[in-house]
Structures are given as C-alpha cells and as structure tokens.
Ligand binder design. Sequence first.
Ligand code: 15L
Length: 272
Amino acid sequence: MSGPVLVTGAAGLIGTWLRGGLPERGWAVRCLDVVPVTDVRPGEEHLVADVTDPAAMLDATEGAAAVVHMGGISGESTWPAINRVNIDGTYNVLEAARRAGVARVVLASSNHATGYTPRPGSGLLTEADAPPRPDTYYGVSKVTMEALGSLYVDRYGMDVVCLRIGSALPEPTSTRHLSTWLSPADTVSLVDAALKAPSPGFSVVWGVSANTRNWWDLTAARALGYEPEDDAEVYAEAVVEVHGEPDLTDPVHGRVGGEYTTDAFDAENFQA
Ligand code: 15L
C-alpha cells in the first residue's frame, strides 16, 4: 500500500495517539477532523472536513493507502445526531473509499454494539459469542457500522476491519476498566495490525489490552497480528482501593456495556 493513511477524528483522543504512533510503524498520516489539529507534527497532512460531507470525504480519500475511521460521536446522543454523524458518516467514509479505490478501511466499532451481553461468569467471550445487542443509539450506530463494513466487503471486495473497542483511556479509572481497558500503545498496535494483516476481508475483533481481568477473547485480534503489551492489573490495587471489588449483581458490572445499560442512558436524558 502506498500513500498516507487517512485518519478521521485525528484531533480526538485516539486520533492523537495514532498520529503519535503510526509514523514509527511506517505509516504517513493524513489527518482529518471537523476541528483543526493544534499540535501539527512533521510529515502530517491536514484537512478540516466533516464526515457528513460526501464530496469532502471523497476529496480527502483520494490517493490514500487506507482509511482509519475514528471520527464521530463517541458516546450516547440523540437519534438525529447519531444517525447523521455516526451512521451517515460511516456510509460516507466507506463510499468515499470505494469510489477512490482505497481497498482497506479500519472502523472504530465499540463494545456498546453488544452492550447488553451479560458479562461471562468465567471464560472469555469471542466475537461470535456476542452478536449485536446494542445498549444505546450509539451502540446501534456501531452495529450499523459493522453491517456496512460487511456489505462493502461482500459486494465490493474491500478489506474492512472493525475494532470493538473497550475503554480507550490513558489509564483505567474504574473497576470495569480493569477488564475493558485499551491502552494508548496497544491502540496503535491494534490499528497497525488491522492495516497490515494480509487480506483480512471482513473482520470484527475486540479492542482491549492484555488485561488479567479481560472478559473478551483476543484470539481473533492476535490472528491479525495484534500483540498487546499492557495489562490494567498494574492499576488494580489503586482502583479497587477507591471503588472496591466489582459487584456483579450491579448492571454496571453484570453487562459488558456497563453504565450504558442503565436507566441513566434512556433517550429522554439526551437533548438535541
Ligand atoms: C465507548 O465506545 C466510548 O467511546 C467511550 O466513551 C467509553 O464509554 C467506552 O466505550 C467504554 O465502554 O468504556
């Protein structure tokens, strides 16, 4: 693959980590966001554009080697907002890639595509153990993202890797995060693996670090070439001291989507 990797959401948390880590792994980065990136780094290309604008997305995608789509609304919102930015936006990204002849797209899916899945009492959940079970409109947008990815692979022969990201954070701050954490370094490793894996076709993999308390199975992600190095357990003592051990009868800990599965995420709590 020649040309830069187009990273949407480049000014966001994950986008910023990728801008730091992908060049070391041999990727030139073309940054795209609705707001300007403030800490411009040598060698980067920069575009201010909106994923909801199909023409701008086509222009942005021309000449790219691959697209890493991290842009969008990163939590629950109103249906119109989720629909416009996350669902239409993902369609625009995939359609721009198809039209521009860019064969590989890496999509930021989320654990919330499966949020109502009960946390396993023991053992690990594979991707196949967790079919769509969204916990929010946000989760629905991630299910739709995966479905669109599947369509573009089957119909147009593209490679689309969907990363069902757990909790991408600098460090864990809750006991749930001891199971769901995806560290900054492992985020870069996972995206790099998704970009380099030979002919993945359509692939959905969990995006978590090598956490001792993981409930997601990393076999499929490792098969892409992902080699996680971090483990949230390093932070366990400090986190448990503050919050106590997780109570599995509490939905926040009994379902993989955590607080997103609670009444606090009912639609009326989100205003346009
Ligand atoms: C996500 O998908 C969100 O983008 C993030 O804000 C967190 O809520 C994360 O999931 C999580 O489940 O911790």
